[in-house]
Design a protein around this ligand. Structure first.
Ligand SMILES: [Zn+2]
Length: 1016
């Protein structure tokens, strides 16, 4: 070998290509019969279709269409002693079928990930060597891994070329040599050039090239012997231990609709099962119960093969949740249901729940999660997404993650910073050198395989990993299931470190706002399901009516699937939202139908009288609108009568019993160009543009808005992220001064005494219009803004700003089952990174004795810069959905001043009531009244009331919302006999002492309590 490393490395690369060309020495073209299918049809339909001859080299069209091919062939007799492969490349995704079963997925050239094909070989098993084997069918789907690119005409043009369809003899001798050589040549290239092993690798690989003559078969053995000597040099015992696992991250919908996801699952899972048959040590982890449920329902043959491989320990269901959900936007109860229905599926289908929450690709992780995980039987957490952080890369890869309440789970971020590793020397070495925790742990994890339809791991990856198991210069490499990996990691870990609180993702901050209508439907669905569950329990308590378990599971699972991490966050194509919105609307329609049925059984419908229902865990005083015959002191602008009702938590009452006298009044008057709205608690000045010029809170004698500043400023920012439009809001959006509205009109719509409203309209942006109804009642300091927007902008960001007369270093934001504080300044890069943050129903800026909350009914993006608290309302990204958010929107927000901090003034209750006004139903004989469930502490939220999944009792889910140790008493409106504490999977963990009408419990801060009570 001459002394020139670079030239030698180039020689090795060229030789590797030469070897690949020797893999198939004999080939035979196939006769092709073709059928252009009308859509994604099942196999039995495809089998009966009329097929016509077609030749290689044609371009199939259009994009997204499905083409079936029938291959009738027999393998030449003189090939019968050889391995024979079908080679297929339709520059698309494809599935090989035979006898009605999907056998293996294939991924051709120009697949979106790379120009070269990912998987074109289908090894033919013995049955295809008979004289007249059953025909093979190929189902080609004209899309790539990432759907069909909308912004890359060149790649669109390249999808669907029928490039390859042949039988070929496979030369295993060359194949084995190829992977020996690849490992050694890659080590020569990837190890530090001055390391001894790099030099030895360079010498060995070069010697292998010198040894080979393709015409002399024995030269292959000579070269392999050289390789064997090199690969036999093993590691010392202290070497880093790299566990590896096959995986295919399949987005449940994203740049393709769900119908295509199901086929991507078929292609990937069948490819995985096929590989398992050929590589008995190979293990593959599969998350997302929903995807397996689809296989069970629609591809039972494949599912049976999967179940066999689950039994053999090769196909490993894991993850614990229904899908891999977004964790910023779903409610606390939704996150609970992700685990409840995910774990139930794993338990029922595979005999055990998953101890690992598998969430590699989600846009930030709520501080509520560790407690939810622990209570759902999960001990370990895996992600890698924070490696995408824009400002601060994670400083650790192995640590204990501690949630709001103090629950901890062991977290691991695979240091290779991807869930799609190629399992080559480069990735294995990078995984080790990038690991931040060598000082306390000798273990890390690597996930390998092509996701999103690439079929997961390939033969090539398995060949490389097998050779890398114990070679000096590389870590020790072992295939391990997730639980096995985590148990070893935990056992070996020294000096554990703890990360407390949320794992904020410093990226993709637009996903709190994009696709606003879908987020609105999600919030509506969550509340409706909550109501239906309470009404179902009430009807069971009073009439022993069977609880609608099946309906609720079905509807919840629709909602949970829509909460997948590319659907609800807003990062999918248009078609995905058309479908998701339809599914949400179906949930809403079916819940409403069922609720109407309850109004018959519960309320005995009659239009003369009304029953009001409070489905929340807080007492409420609210205005309800009833048809005009009802005696009232004020009517609304539609002529309905406004009555004030007062209701205890979780109560159903005749409106006459609930009606409360309201001695206080609210007024509105015009003073020059301003309007003054005033009740006993506040005085609000609003200018003719609908902006607050003054908001005075009388009890505290405090100004809410900074003098001379304007509250309720609706502003439009240019919103041009440099990449990932639907995902990202970039920090520089703040730099360009925003635009304001114009052409304002303002008029008084309601003038008291119970409620006043001011209606303001304005044009904003190029083509958009905002109509706002600003509302104050006689008895609350809360000012509501009902907002309708006709939105026709492009790359604009609509936000509303409130400059508050409050100074604080932190603002408080509601998250699931509690709240978190985040800085109001940009002191450090960690603070700056949080210039836009997620929240649930409220955010708040407070001094110790006074504060202001900004509530919302369907928004999730907030910011608080200095004293300006603001809410993100609408975006208009062009990619991947060029129609995103254009159209009509309706949403509400409210400003709510309060004494003390948000924690001590139970802002949660105001936010819950704001989200979900008291419902009135026609009724003539309310059979009962009063509260079915109530708690005596304002910071203890009774969040969910449902029947146990096994129907043996009622589940109550409560949590401490403010961060205080609290003793609370829960009372029921009917006699109970036992109270069992249970986990989120409804497994009993201990009995609580019960009295006939309730029980006591000592809550720790942010603790979630689940109990199962039985009726006496
Ligand atoms: Zn994903």
């Amino acid at each position: 070998m001459q002394k020139h490393r670079e030239i030698t490395l180039q020689r090795l690369a060229a030789f590797r290509l030469e070897m690949i060309n020797q893999l198939y020495p004999l080939r035979q073209p196939l006769d092709l019969l073709h059928y252009a299918a009308p859509g994604r049809i099942p196999f039995h339909e495809a089998q009966q279709a009329q097929y016509d001859p077609i030749t290689l080299g044609v371009k199939l069209a259009p994009l997204w269409s499905t083409h079936w091919f029938k291959l009738v062939f027999s393998i030449p007799a003189d090939w019968h002693e050889q391995e024979v492969h079908l080679l297929w490349d339709s520059s698309s995704e494809a599935t090989v079928w035979s006898d009605g079963q999907p056998l293996q997925g294939l991924t051709g050239s120009d697949n979106g990930w790379q120009e070269a094909p990912i998987r074109v070989a289908f090894p033919l098993k013995e049955k295809f060597f008979s004289n007249q084997p059953a025909p093979l069918y190929l189902e080609a789907a004209l899309n790539g891994l990432f759907g069909v690119p909308t912004d890359n005409p060149r790649q669109r043009e390249r999808i669907g070329w029928l490039r390859q369809a042949e039988l070929a003899v496979f030369d295993r001798g060359v194949w084995d040599l190829l992977w020996d050589f690849t490992i050694i040549a890659d080590l020569a290239k990837e190890l530090p050039p001055d390391s001894p092993r790099a030099g030895q690798a360079l010498f060995t690989a070069n010697a292998m090239v010198n040894a080979i003559r393709w015409t002399e078969r024995e030269s292959l053995q000579t070269a392999r012997a050289l390789a064997a000597d090199f690969l036999a040099q093993t590691n010392g015992k202290a070497q880093h231990q790299l566990a590896v696992i096959g995986h295919a991250h399949i987005d449940t919908a994203w740049l393709w609709p769900i119908a295509e996801t199901k086929r991507k699952c078929v292609r990937s899972f069948s490819a995985a099962v096929d590989l398992m048959e050929r590589y008995p040590h190979y293990q593959f982890v599969c998350s997302q119960a929903q995807q397996l449920a689809w296989m069970k329902a629609e591809y039972p043959g494949l599912y049976a093969r999967i179940l066999e491989k689950v039994k053999s320990g090769q196909f490993i269901p894991a993850g614990a949740t229904w899908v891999e959900p977004d964790t910023n936007v779903p409610s606390g109860e939704s996150l609970v249901r992700q685990f409840l229905y995910g774990q139930r599926f794993f338990k029922e289908e595979f005999g055990e729940i998953s101890k690992v929450f598998w969430e590699p690709d989600v846009f930030g992780y709520s501080a509520a999660l560790p407690q939810i995980m622990r209570a759902a039987g999960v001990e370990y957490f895996l992600t890698q997404k924070l490696s995408w952080n824009e400002f601060n890369k994670p400083e650790r890869h192995t640590f204990y993650w501690e949630g709001l309440d103090g629950s901890q789970v062991l977290a691991h971020f695979p240091p290779v910073d991807t869930y799609n590793s190629l399992a080559n020397v480069h990735d294995v070495l990078f995984n080790v050198c990038n690991y931040k925790d060598h000082d306390r742990s000798n273990h890390s994890y690597l996930l390998f395989g092509f996701g999103d339809g690439g079929g997961g791991p390939t033969d090539a990856m398995l060949e490389q990993l097998t050779r890398m198991e114990n070679v000096d210069g590389l870590p020790l490499v072992t295939m391990r299931a997730p639980q096995d990996f985590f148990e070893r990691l935990e056992h070996d870990l020294k000096d554990k470190t703890v990360w407390r609180g949320e794992l904020y993702f410093e990226n993709h901050r637009g996903t709190y706002t994009s696709q606003a209508y879908t987020k609105r439907l999600n919030r509506d669905s969550e509340y409706r399901l909550h109501d239906l569950e309470f009404l179902g329990v009430a009807d069971w308590v009073f009439h022993q009516t069977p609880y609608p378990h099946q309906l609720l599971r079905e509807l919840w699972q629709i909602v949970l699937t829509n909460q997948f991490h590319d659907i609800l966050p807003g990062s999918s194509i248009h078609e995905v939202y058309a479908e998701a919105n339809q599914r949400y609307q179906e949930v809403i329609r079916r819940v409403d139908e069922k609720v109407r049925a309850y109004t018959f059984t519960l309320f005995d419908e009659d239009e003369e009288y009304y029953t009001v229902v409070n489905t929340l865990g807080c007492a409420r005083r609210e205005i309800v609108a009833l048809p005009s015959e009802h005696a009232a002191i004020q009517q609304d602008c539609q002529g309905a009568s406004l009555v004030v009702v007062e209701m205890p938590p979780y109560s159903i009452m005749d409106v006459n019993f609930a009606t409360a006298a309201e001695p206080r009044q609210v007024s509105i008057r015009q003073v020059e160009n301003a309007y003054v709205l005033e009740n006993e608690l506040v005085q609000v000045w609003i200018n003719a543009s609908g902006q607050l010029t003054r908001f005075f809170e009388k009890n505290s004698q405090r100004e809410v808005i900074v003098p001379d500043a304007l509250g309720n400023q609706l502003v439009l920012y240019e919103d041009k992220p440099f990449a990932y439009e639907a995902w990202n809001v970039d920090v520089y959006y703040l730099e360009k001064p925003p635009r304001l509205g114009s052409d304002f009109t303002c008029q008084i719509n309601e003038s008291g005494p119970l409620r006043v409203t001011l209606r303001v309209e304005q044009n904003i942006g190029e083509r958009s219009r905002i109509e706002q109804t600003i509302r104050l009642t006689a008895f609350s300091p809360r000012l509501d803004f009902d907002t309708r927007v006709v939105w026709q902008e492009e790359q604009q960001f609509l936000r509303v700003l409130f400059p508050l007369q409050i100074r604080s270093e932190v603002a408080t934001y509601e998250v699931q089952f509690g709240c978190v504080q985040r800085p109001t300044h940009f002191n450090t890069p960690y603070d700056l990174a949080r210039f836009e943050v997620p929240a649930q129903r409220w955010a708040d800026l407070s001094e110790p004795d006074f504060g202001v909350a900004l509530l919302n009914d369907s928004k999730y993006g907030y910011a608080c810069h200095g004293n300006v608290l603001s809410l993100s309302l609408l975006r208009a990204p062009n990619n991947p959905d060029p129609l995103a958010d254009r159209g009509m929107h309706f949403f509400r927000y409210a400003l709510y001043p309060h004494a003390l901090s948000p924690q001590l003034s139970a802002v949660w209750a105001e936010a819950a009531a704001f989200n979900h006004p008291i419902q009135a139903f026609p009724d003539d004989s309310c059979l009962f009244s009063g509260s079915l469930f109530r708690v005596d502490a304002p910071n203890i939220v009774l969040d969910t009331v449902k029947m146990a999944e096994d129907d043996r009792g009622i589940i109550l889910r409560l949590y401490e919302a403010s961060g205080c140790h609290t003793q609370a008493t829960v009372k029921t409106g009917f006699p109970i006999s036992t109270v069992w504490q249970c986990d989120l999977l409804e497994r009993k963990t201990g009995e609580l002492q019960a009295s006939p009408k309730g029980f006591c419990y000592d809550f720790s801060p942010f603790e979630i309590l689940n109990v199962q009570i039985t009726k006496n």
